[in-house]
Design a protein around this ligand. Structure first.
Ligand SMILES: *Cc1c(COP(=O)(O)O)cnc(C)c1O
Length: 386
């Protein structure tokens, strides 16, 4: 057997003794749901983002769904959605019966193009959906101007945007509300979990009811145990205490994780600059602080047909990669069958989806790993040549 190469996975949750002890202590107590930890995590999370009210939820997808559900969106309504995103961004709209109107990405950043958003508004448009692609804040100033002109709700998909700031404001506080993800490969994890963040305390209060069956009072507010009324429809989208205990420990470490990501990204981008066959997305200017989720290497047209061979060679070299995202959303079968957009309808999103390889920069890796990853990519591109 040849030696296993040193492994550099794409993502690896950073779980320490603190997280393990926090979870065990929940298990030793009586309260697995409705306890103090979810509240504590919400407070700590809003403090990290320096503003707003945070509402813990069971996932980012649940948070996005709540955002549209809360506004009463339904059949006949339209939401403008980026073509270049995770399907959850679009699914959350579809759950309500409203329709997605997809718009292409800005080829430079991968974020939604505000001019394309403005051009897609119709009299049926009710909301704008924005994703901060790979952690780089979208052009929210221009997007909010479109929203203000037509009185539209702005929902930010912040799944990759913990630690992303635009003009000193944390993502999620730029539009009407944002939803974050704590899925294992994201910046911090609660296994499964999410958070809604909003500047509007009333929206936060309504979402708190709607994530828990539409019950009119929380556990703590019930004078007679078990007695409550239900004043509206609601889901079961709560975060349990085990997840919240993880979140409390993880958010304490978030600044350190983000610093490691920023440093790794700097080293990786410098090393990748020497590879002629790839292009990198725009890293932003002073207004933009990215959360550096990963670095997408976009293969040139000549090399792109060999993408999966290059990925396989990287895997052989112990380097984990991913694809963000495997197809532009309108080209996923469900959306293609529903909306019928032909291939080529969203050329910039399709180019990024079809030609990029996402490289890891997480805090489980160090600067020397970045140099090794760039070198391995260069070798893989060379060795995959016909
Ligand atoms: C991961 C991800 C989601 C889904 O998050 P969950 O917490 O798993 O629901 C949504 N949007 C984007 C952009 C993502 O990357």
């Amino acid at each position: 057997m040849p030696d296993q190469p040193h492994q550099r996975p794409f993502g690896l949750p950073s779980i320490g003794r603190e997280e393990i002890e926090a979870v065990v202590s929940v298990l030793q107590g009586p309260q697995l749901v409705h306890g103090p930890r979810a509240k504590q995590f919400e407070t700590d999370f809003a403090a990290f983002c320096k503003g707003g009210t945070a509402v813990s939820v069971s996932s980012c997808t649940a948070g996005l769904h709540l955002a549209y559900f809360d506004r009463g969106l339904g059949p006949g309504d339209e939401v403008i959605v980026p073509a270049q995103t995770h399907v959850a961004t679009a699914h959350a709209v579809e759950f309500t019966g409203a329709s997605c109107v997809f718009v292409d990405a800005d080829p430079r950043s991968g974020n939604v193009d505000p001019d394309a958003v403005a051009a897609a508004v119709t009299e049926r448009t009710r909301a704008l959906s924005v994703v901060h692609y790979l952690g780089l804040p979208a052009e929210m100033t221009a997007i909010n101007a479109v929203a203000a002109k037509h009185d539209l709700l702005v929902v930010e998909d912040c799944a990759l945007a913990l630690g992303s700031w635009l003009d000193g404001v944390h993502c999620g506080l730029l539009g009407d509300l944002g939803a974050f993800s704590f899925y294992p490969v994201k910046h911090i994890t609660t296994a499964e979990g999410g958070m809604v963040l909003t500047r509007d305390a009333e929206t936060a209060a309504r979402i708190t009811r709607k994530k828990a069956f539409g019950v009119d009072r929380t556990h703590g507010e019930r004078s007679v145990p078990g007695v409550y009324d239900v004043t509206m429809l609601g889901f079961n989208y709560r975060m349990n205490e085990l997840a919240a205990a993880l979140g409390i420990e993880q958010i304490k470490k978030a600044a350190g994780f983000l610093q490691a990501r920023a440093e790794n990204t700097r080293i990786l981008r410098a090393a990748l600059a020497e590879i002629d066959e790839i292009e990198l997305l725009w890293a932003g200017d002073k207004r933009f602080v990215s959360s550096h989720y990963c670095t997408a290497a976009i293969l040139s047209d000549a090399v792109a047909p060999r993408r999966f061979e290059i990925v396989a060679r990287l895997k052989e070299a112990g380097i984990g990669t991913s694809v963000y995202y495997p197809r532009a959303v309108p080209q996923m079968t469900y959306y293609r069958e529903k909306y019928g957009h032909p291939a080529g309808a969203f050329p910039h999103a399709e180019r990024i989806s079809n030609q990029s390889i996402a490289l890891p920069v997480g805090p489980h890796l160090a600067g020397e790993d970045m140099v090794a990853i760039a070198a391995a990519l260069k070798t893989a591109i060379r060795d995959s040549a016909p």
